[in-house]
Ligand binder design. Structure first.
Ligand code: NDP
Ligand code: GDR
Length: 329
């Protein structure tokens, strides 16, 4: 049996780490694109956390450098390409709108172009986002819901999404776009609200801090577990024909409710510790997102396996353990 090869951009991020673990467990040879960093000693900390840092093969390259993508694809000759790399923090996209466009939008265009030129038979996955729905046009968002982006990040993701569709229709590439709703884990970046909350709860519980400063507590998100969502990415590249799919739990809760669950897990009350800091408000907000994953369920057999309560408990416990051993992650 021939061993399948996958190339993952964004392999050092949350999803890249879990996807690597999944593909390794399926017997894939896993390659990743690694952008040069002065902090090379900590850049692969998520892969180390999962115990797989020595099992993946990393290649120097950057999504904004087309020549590096062409070189890496030529070296790896992948069967599957997962384009997960992005400037992925929505709040930063107002501070660095053009950088976000350059990486998150044009970077995806570079990757599609490199695949078309070097390995047009490879299957391509684009990490699209529920942020594209922004100012929602339907109460439950599905593959047919019109988009209305509300941030430079979401605008950039829309470009990448439509380029994926366009390369499929223009060049017959096997290119699928996964419209994933928020997914979290103990490996979530500390700047995102869920991890900020679970880290804050753990610090308060251990007496390292008294307060947790947050922005808008009333916004609602459809939160799932990243470990479940990377399975959907892989499933999307297995059918005979490429397509686009929404991946979500179908349940939405507010930031306030997430806080209540996280504080409640360690026997604390959020109202004793949470303060509002206007610095965390956004110029334009996405008030509510709620996904309809019916197509992914029917066509791919995918369902979200982890409940929100299980997710919150796992994240709080992981942050407590980290802080007790003074880990940097
Ligand atoms: P992360 O922010 O954790 O990871 C982003 C990855 O992209 C990192 O590996 C980062 O490298 C890499 N990267 C950033 N810029 C470049 C560049 N110029 N060249 C090469 N690599 C680069 O994101 P997630 O894992 O959470 O998300 C994965 C993808 O899915 C992203 O595209 C995100 O926008 C999208 N998405 C995420 C959702 C979620 O809820 N998590 C939901 C929907 C979509 P480094 O480590 O060096 O910073
Ligand atoms: P999001 O995630 O913007 O949905 O993008 P984030 O966790 O940053 O924000 C979620 C919601 O929480 C509100 N919020 C705060 N957010 C942060 N970061 N910090 C706070 O203190 C805070 N207080 C309230 C925000 O206003 C927002 O409404 C994530 C990223 O992974 C994207 O890459 C991905 O595409 C989408 O999810 C789906």
């Amino acid at each position: 049996m021939t061993i399948k090869r996958a190339l993952i951009t964004g392999i050092t991020g949350q999803d890249g780490a879990y996807l690597s673990q999944l593909l390794l467990s399926k017997g894939y040879e896993v390659h990743g694109l690694l952008r040069r960093s002065a902090s090379a000693d900590v850049i692969n900390s998520r892969l180390i956390w999962l115990g797989i840092a020595d099992e993946v093969i990393l290649h120097d390259g950057n999504l904004t450098d087309l020549s590096s993508l062409i070189r890496v694809l030529g070296e790896v000759r992948p069967d599957e390409v997962y384009n997960l790399a992005a400037q992925s923090f929505v709040k930063s996209s107002w501070q660095q709108p053009l950088l976000t466009g350059s990486v998150t939008a044009l970077g995806a265009g570079n990757m599609l172009e490199a695949v078309r030129l070097v390995c047009a038979d490879a299957r391509f996955y684009q990490a699209s986002s529920s942020e594209m729905y922004g100012l929602i046009q339907e109460p439950r968002q599905s593959e047919t819901t019109p988009f209305y982006p509300r941030s430079p990040y979401a605008v950039a993701k829309l470009y990448a999404h439509w380029m994926t569709v366009n390369y499929r229709e223009s060049f017959n590439l096997y290119a699928s776009s996964g419209i994933l709703f928020n997914h979290e884990s103990p490996l979530r970046g500390i700047e995102f609200v869920t991890r900020k909350i679970t880290d804050g709860v753990a610090r308060i519980k251990l007496g390292l801090r008294q307060e947790l400063a947050l922005g808008n507590l009333d916004v609602k998100r459809d939160w799932g577990h990243a470990r479940d969502y990377v399975k959907a990415m892989w499933l999307m590249l297995q059918p005979d024909r490429p397509d686009d799919y929404v991946v979500a739990t179908g349940r939405t809760v507010s930031v306030r409710q997430f806080c209540e669950l996280a504080f409640g897990h360690v026997g604390l009350k959020m109202e004793d510790h949470v303060v509002i800091d206007p610095r965390y408000l956004r110029p334009a907000e996405v008030e509510v997102l709620l996904g309809n994953p019916a197509k992914a369920q029917e066509a791919l057999g995918w369902v979200a396996e982890t409940s929100l309560e299980q997710l919150v408990a796992e994240m709080v416990e992981a942050d407590l353990a980290r802080l007790k051993r003074h880990s940097h992650l």
